[in-house]
Design a protein around this ligand. Structure first.
Ligand SMILES: N[C@@H](CCC(=O)N[C@@H](CS)C(=O)NCC(=O)O)C(=O)O
Length: 203
């Protein structure tokens, strides 16, 4: 399968999950300013009508989008059911609950900060809302090593990717020591290091 991605974008989450699950995949880099493929310059809108990454293309040519959905598919490739617990279990419900939270509260919560046209007053509201979310997550991580307990799951791949945007946007996590420690813990995982290196975000 092929993963269409842009360095450090939300596509880093399925990228990490694919490496954690040990599935075979190749990467196709997209320039999100031009919406063209970096290699060859093909029009990305012809591949992904919304122009968004991530997009997963299977060997049969079928294409799928939406980070939270791709993460569930990739999590299910872990036959030990650690990245995503078994169908029907409450543990799985908890991971999907967190995936949905990251998607709607964090991922889309950050979105206005990426837009040049967002006015400063709005940016402040967005930052204040994110601060509330970071405080919630920090409290959870005071008790747990990862979002849902002792194990790294696809929800952590997603949360790490989105909260990592604080580095690109100059937002401090100093007020959230447990969240800061978590970000370092996730970043140190071999699969995460490989993904960051492949995206040119680590040496
Ligand atoms: N609903 C999509 C949103 C994906 C998304 O926001 N992708 C961003 C990068 S993180 C993007 O491709 N933006 C390009 C654009 O807005 O043109 C998902 O959850 O996967």
């Amino acid at each position: 399968m092929k993963l269409y991605y842009s360095s450090g974008a939300c596509s880093l989450a399925p990228h990490i999950a694919a490496r954690e699950a040990g599935v075979a995949f190749s990467l196709v880099k997209v320039d999100l300013t031009t919406h063209k493929l970096v290699e060859g310059g093909a029009d990305y809108y012809a591949i992904s009508p919304r122009g968004y990454v991530p997009l997963l293309e299977f060997d049969d040519g079928s294409r799928h989008t939406e980070a939270a959905a791709l993460l569930q598919y990739l999590g299910d490739q872990d036959k030990d059911h650690v990245l995503l617990p078994a169908y029907g279990s409450k543990e799985r419900l908890t991971v999907i609950e967190w995936l949905t939270y990251v998607s709607t509260e964090l991922h889309k919560g950050f979105a206005p900060l990426w837009k040049k046209e967002t006015p400063e007053a709005m940016r402040q509201i967005v930052r204040d809302n994110l601060a509330k979310r970071f405080a919630e997550v920090d409290a959870v991580l005071e008790k747990n090593a990862f979002l849902t307990g002792a194990n790294f799951t696809v929800a952590d791949a997603y949360a790490f990717t989105i909260i990592n945007w604080t580095n690109f946007l100059g937002l401090s996590l100093n007020a959230y020591p447990h969240l800061q420690a978590y970000m370092a813990r996730v970043a140190a995982r071999p699969a995460v290091q490989e993904a960051l290196r492949a995206e040119g975000l680590a040496k």
